[in-house]
Design a protein around this ligand. Structure first.
Ligand SMILES: [Zn+2]
Length: 266
């Protein structure tokens, strides 16, 4: 009965939350909050891709930003499952550590909300040769190609997954306000993560890791702040990311970033 449905459900299992998703979705009120933990990082990060496809219905990819892909695969799986019940999702917050990922999502009933949320599904394409990456919501078009537009190599892909925002800025601000005067044991750590996620949630999907690029180019690694400044000077969007202390989120193409790294390691 709808009146007996819950306001909040938190699924915090060991391993994958997917076996419990359907029951949770059905037991939640319109506008209710669903929190999920996944600890099966080996499938989600692409170490066991077949297990990820079975559980989450999307292909993972072993890239430097695989933890972000893990969050997007989990949210994508939830959006698809909720859609069967004519429910859409609104993502409030998500975060990752080495051992698990966690997402917080509001479920909203109705076919329109469902269609709207499914519009956020798609694929991330990645070139392992030159670090180029792009997103695609519809690969079934005449112009679509897996050939890298930068270097001509064949790109690999991850998905279907969630391409929409994976955290909501105003919700981050609300949380920041709420932890004041709570005397939390890890307040410093929590503030740091909230601050990073607040900044990165409107930045483009995926991030670059300087070490990885410099390793491939045979260059010494410049400081992250130097590269951030150089990118900002060129007019690109820049943000750090809580996913990786050395990660950079930017709308700069991989080739521009490589150019800047070369300039700043001379
Ligand atoms: Zn390429």
């Amino acid at each position: 009965a709808p009146r007996k449905r819950f306001d909040v459900i938190d699924i915090d299992p060991f391993g994958s939350p997917v076996p419990f998703l359907d029951s949770a979705i059905r037991a939640l009120k319109d506008g209710g909050l669903l929190a999920l933990t996944a600890t099966d990082m080996a499938p989600l990060c692409g170490v066991h891709p077949k297990a990820c496809i079975r559980k989450y219905g999307g292909k993972p990819l072993r890239t430097e930003y695989c933890h972000e892909l893990a969050v997007r695969l989990l949210i994508g799986c939830l959006a698809t499952m909720a859609a069967k019940h004519e429910m859409g999702i609104k993502v409030l917050f998500s975060h990752s550590t080495n051992h698990y990922i966690r997402v917080y999502v509001i479920l909203v009933h109705g076919a329109k909300n469902t269609d709207k949320s499914l519009q956020n599904m798609g694929y991330i394409l990645h070139c392992f040769n030159c670090f180029h990456r792009e997103t695609s919501k519809n690969p079934f078009t005449k112009d679509f190609s897996l050939q890298c537009p930068e270097c001509g190599s064949r790109m690999d892909f991850s998905g279907p997954l969630w391409l929409g925002r994976i955290a909501d800025k105003s919700f981050c601000i609300l949380m920041e306000e709420n932890i004041t005067d709570k005397r939390l044991k890890f307040e410093g750590k929590i503030r740091k993560i909230l601050g990073l996620i607040k900044d990165e949630c409107n930045a483009p999907a995926t991030y670059y890791v300087l070490d990885k690029i410099c390793d491939k180019l045979g260059l010494s690694v410049p400081s992250t702040s130097r590269i951030l400044k150089a990118l900002a000077k060129e007019g690109f969007i820049i943000s750090l990311t809580h996913f990786n202390p050395k990660g950079i989120k930017t709308d700069a193409p991989a080739r521009e970033l490589q150019k800047l790294i070369r300039c700043h390691t001379l």
